[in-house]
Design a protein around this ligand. Structure first.
Ligand code: SF4
Ligand code: FES
Length: 256
C-alpha cells in the first residue's frame, strides 16, 4: 500500500506538499502503525501526535481518507477494502483537494480548523480554549455531605451519554460551522456543558444552559450532525445541543 501524507513545516510562508511512502500493510496494521513504519523506514522527521495507541487518550485524531478519525483505531485493511463510513455533510476541508486512489493508498492529513504546527500535528489551543470557557468541572450546589452524593440511576444514565469524551477534537474538525466561525464553541464543549446541566448534584437552575446561550454557543449549531458520525465514543453532541435549545426556549417562555 501507499501512505500519502500531507507535510508542512508550520511556517505560513511554506507551501504544504504530499509525501508518498510505500508500506507493507501487515494484518492488523492501523494508520498510526503505518505512520510509525514510514518514520522508521523513510523519514524520521515525520511528525504526528499519539500517546496511548489504544483509542483512549484522544491524541491521534487526524483526517484519514478525508474523514476525521483516530489513527490508532483505524485499520488500513478496512480502508483499502473500501469499508463503508457514514457520509459526512460536506465542508471545504474534506471536499476537492489532492486526489488519491483509495484502493491502493491511504491519505492522511491534519485535523481541519486548527493551525498546523508541523505535518499532522495541530495546535489544539483553540479547541481547549472553547472547552475551558465552558467551565467543564463539577460545581456542586451544596457543601460536601458526610457520605457520597447520590444520583438517581436514570439521571446517571442520561449524563453518561456525554461523559466518555476523549477530547480528541474529531468532532471539532468535522463540524462545518467550526470551519466557518472560529468563535463557535463547537460540539465537544457544548456536549460537556449539557452533561453538567443534567447532573442532579449541581444547582439545576439552568445556569449551565445559560453559559452557552450566546450566538456562538447553542444557537450557532446548524445540525449537520458530523460530530455524531465521527465521534469514536459514540457521543452525540448534536442531540445535546438540540435538547439544550429546546429546554432554554421552554424556560424563556416560562419566564425563568
Ligand atoms: S465528543 Fe467525541 S469526537 Fe468530540 S472530542 Fe469528544 S470523543 Fe472526540
Ligand atoms: S494514540 Fe491515544 S487515542 Fe490514538
Amino acid at each position: 500500500m501507499m501512505l500519502k501524507v500531507l507535510r508542512h513545516d508550520g511556517r505560513p510562508e511554506t507551501a504544504p506538499h504530499y509525501d508518498l511512502f510505500e508500506i507493507d500493510a501487515e494484518p492488523g496494521m492501523t494508520v498510526l502503525g503505518a505512520l510509525f513504519r514510514a518514520r522508521e523506514v523513510y523519514d524520521d522527521s515525520l511528525a504526528f501526535r499519539y500517546s496511548c495507541r489504544g483509542a483512549v487518550c484522544g491524541s491521534c485524531a487526524m483526517l484519514v481518507n478525508r474523514y476525521p478519525a483516530l489513527a490508532c483505531r483505524t485499520q488500513v485493511a478496512g480502508l483499502l477494502a473500501g469499508e463503508e463510513r457514514e457520509p459526512l455533510a460536506p465542508y471545504p476541508a474534506i471536499e476537492g483537494g489532492e486526489a488519491w486512489d483509495a484502493r491502493t493508498t491511504v491519505l492522511v492529513e491534519p485535523l481541519p480548523h486548527l493551525p498546523v504546527l508541523r505535518d499532522l500535528v495541530v495546535d489544539m489551543a483553540p479547541f481547549f480554549a472553547h472547552y475551558r470557557a465552558m467551565r467543564p468541572t463539577f460545581a456542586p450546589a451544596d457543601r460536601a455531605p458526610e457520605r457520597e452524593r447520590l444520583m438517581a440511576p436514570e439521571t446517571a444514565g442520561a449524563l453518561e451519554a456525554y461523559t466518555a469524551c476523549l477530547l480528541c477534537g474529531a468532532c471539532y474538525g468535522a463540524c462545518p460551522v467550526d470551519g466557518d466561525d472560529p468563535a463557535y464553541a463547537g460540539p465537544a464543549a457544548l456536549a460537556k456543558v449539557y452533561r453538567f446541566h443534567l447532573d442532579s448534584r449541581e444547582a439545576g437552575d439552568g445556569r449551565r444552559l445559560r453559559t452557552a446561550d450566546t450566538p456562538h454557543g447553542w444557537w450557532r449549531c446548524e445540525f449537520h450532525a458530523n460530530c455524531r458520525r465521527v465521534c469514536p465514543r459514540g457521543i452525540e453532541p448534536n442531540v445535546a445541543i438540540g435538547r439544550a435549545r429546546a429546554e432554554l426556549t421552554r424556560r424563556k417562555k416560562g419566564g425563568e
